[in-house]
Write a protein that binds this ligand. Structure first.
Ligand code: ATP
Ligand code: MG
Length: 176
């Protein structure tokens, strides 16, 4: 992975712009919730933008047409992981199916899903990319209410760089 932190906010804005400009979505169809200070993560720009595209595309495909999709970024409780989640208000997924959604070519066998079309690779790719970034994935869903797919990615440790920048043993480092 690149050494430099990834500009996640810019990545999200690019995906948002794609849906607004090329997919005819309205401003209100794409809700954003970003923290005041973005946790820094290391990541591959094209892989993480594919990951977000896959999640947002599912949210629009399987969510209700008139309901917005929400992309949210927040630190987890300890601040060690960043949670990136995409929430839709749609039919939801029966709990028995959820463990299999990240299998390649697995699609929930419903008339609606078949009619919508897709290859069943999107979430398998999301899982693969998440793992390559040292993260994990979580899916929560409620039938008739909607679905949230979250990925947790490790946050860069700011103070770790002080150790590598040539400080003598026993020297105190105070980050202000
Ligand atoms: P592809 O992404 O390859 O075009 P796909 O969308 O069918 O095809 P996945 O993104 O891997 O494949 O999703 C697998 C299946 O999980 C979908 O076919 C659908 O049945 C179900 N699914 C995924 N996301 C949602 C969601 N947000 N709400 C309801 N069902 C979902
Ligand atoms: Mg998909």
């Amino acid at each position: 992975l690149p050494e430099e932190p990834l500009d996640l906010e810019n990545l999200i804005m690019d995906v948002r712009r794609f849906y607004l400009e090329s997919r005819g979505r309205k401003d209100a169809d794409f809700k954003l919730s970003l923290p005041d200070e973005m946790p820094k993560i290391r990541g591959d720009l094209s892989q993480l933008s594919q990951l977000l595209h896959n999640l947002v595309s599912n949210a629009y495909k399987y969510g209700h047409k008139a309901k917005p999709v929400t992309v949210k970024v927040e630190p987890n409780r300890s601040g060690s992981m960043l949670r990136l989640s995409v929430t839709d208000q749609g039919d939801g997924i029966a709990v028995d199916h959820i463990p299999r959604l990240t299998e390649r070519f697995y699609r929930v066998d419903k008339g609606r899903s078949k009619a919508i079309g897709g290859t069943g690779l999107g979430l398998a790719i999301v899982k693969h990319i998440t793992q390559r970034h040292g993260g994990r994935m979580e899916i929560t869903s409620e039938l008739g209410v909607g679905t949230t797919v979250s990925v947790y990615l490790p946050v860069m440790k700011e103070s770790a760089t002080a150790d590598e920048s040539g400080k003598a043993a026993g020297e105190a480092v105070t980050n202000l």
